[in-house]
Design a protein around this ligand. Structure first.
Ligand code: OGA
Ligand code: NI
Length: 361
């Protein structure tokens, strides 16, 4: 925060503004805390990138599935149907303790409440490891217009590595959340594979489906003109699947399959949101859908969310699984090195579903 004795940061020059938010650890959170009255041009998104509220269908929602009896064939069917028809669903009674979820949200707030000079240590240019980075917008080096979001992204290597490099104000809670969601992730993948004719996770398929993980702590500060910008622009995740924890604010919208319409993902206490990512759309040969989603900015409240991206290993070559083409179906996607796919994602600003074109046969 700036007290009145310090010179205010120069907010009129776009280069200096960008340096303030992107390079000095302030983030958009630091900008929001200056109580600016209107949104700087740097964040004003072209119309086609903003959510057109007239396309939001108010009376529909993604499936909500009770996982307490996940061996029940009916539950398995609901999970697979949701993955095919929505690509997104919410789960209750998922086995991750409520206290673990509360703790990781609290830890996220604690990290973003650090002073800029503390947070600055985690910017890519200063970070002691390439596996931890604090970012504003999506890719500030590439984004022509910035998104109204700060995030800390941590690639998991091992507990020891996390203990050495992840911020101490949040790492224990984040690790606990990752640990406690492990069996849920495994169960979801088992269920989804079963419909594809793969009866078990084993040494061969398990690493390709879930061999690496990335966790992001997302912070969407209150915004002076939320309708002119985005929290996150429309995109699909590059994961196999994503486990998303959101707080009680709301603002995540999901595209309805094969339509121009969007549905809101309402926060439900204790719930986790699951979505299919591009890697599983590719591996299931298009059967499971990686759906475009976006987050709007909020004019009244700060919002946080914490996605775990469950991914193939960077060194894996992914393509449609053999079992998905048993009846002579054509492969819709070619074999791609997963790290190449991810690199492609991080080379361009968010642009809907276009990442997957990289793998089209
Ligand atoms: C993401 C994402 C949604 C949210 O981080 O990829 O889509 O609700 N987040 O923050
Ligand atoms: Ni996403």
């Amino acid at each position: 925060m700036f007290d009145h004795l310090m010179a205010p940061p120069p907010l009129t020059d776009p280069h200096e503004l960008k340096a303030f938010v992107v390079d000095e650890g302030h983030g958009v959170k630091g900008l929001a805390e200056l109580k600016i009255k209107s949104l700087p041009a740097l964040f004003i998104q072209p119309l086609e990138k903003r959510l057109d509220m007239s396309k939001v269908v108010p009376h529909e929602s993604i499936p909500v599935i009770d996982m307490s009896n996940s061996e029940d064939p009916e539950v398995e069917q609901r999970i697979c149907d949701a993955a095919e028809n929505w690509g997104f669903f919410q789960i209750v009674n998922h086995g991750v303790p409520a206290s673990v979820l509360e703790d990781v949200k609290e830890a996220t707030r604690r990290f973003f409440d650090l002073r800029a000079d503390e947070k600055k240590k985690y910017l890519f240019k200063n970070s002691r490891t390439k596996n931890v980075r604090l970012v504003t917008s999506f890719i500030p080096e590439v984004d022509k217009v910035l998104e109204w979001k700060d995030y800390l992204s941590c690639f998991y290597v091992s507990d020891d590595e996390a203990m050495a490099y992840w911020p101490s104000v949040c790492r224990d809670q984040v690790l606990e959340y990752m640990n406690k969601s492990e069996s849920l992730i495994k169960r979801l993948l088992e269920v989804l594979m079963k419909r594809l004719g793969i009866s078990e996770l084993n040494e061969t398929n398990e690493p390709i489906l879930k061999g690496s993980r990335r966790i992001n702590l997302n912070y969407y500060p209150v915004c002076p003109n939320p309708e002119l910008t985005v929290g996150v622009g429309g995109h699909s995740d590059v994961s196999t699947l994503t486990v998303l924890l959101q707080d009680e604010i709301g603002g995540l919208y999901v595209r309805k399959l094969h339509s121009e319409n969007w549905v809101h993902v309402p926060p439900i206490k204790g719930c986790l949101t699951i979505n299919i990512g591009d890697a599983l759309q590719i591996m299931s040969n298009g059967r499971y859908k990686s759906i475009e989603h976006q987050v709007v900015a909020n004019g009244h409240e700060n919002r946080i969310s914490v996605p775990i991206f469950v991914n193939p290993r960077p060194s894996d070559v992914i393509g449609p699984l053999r079992e998905t083409m048993r009846r002579g179906e054509k492969g819709l996607y070619k074999q791609v090195l997963y790290s190449d796919y991810v690199k492609h994602f991080y080379r361009k600003s968010h642009n809907g579903k276009d990442t997957i074109d990289f793998a089209k046969a």
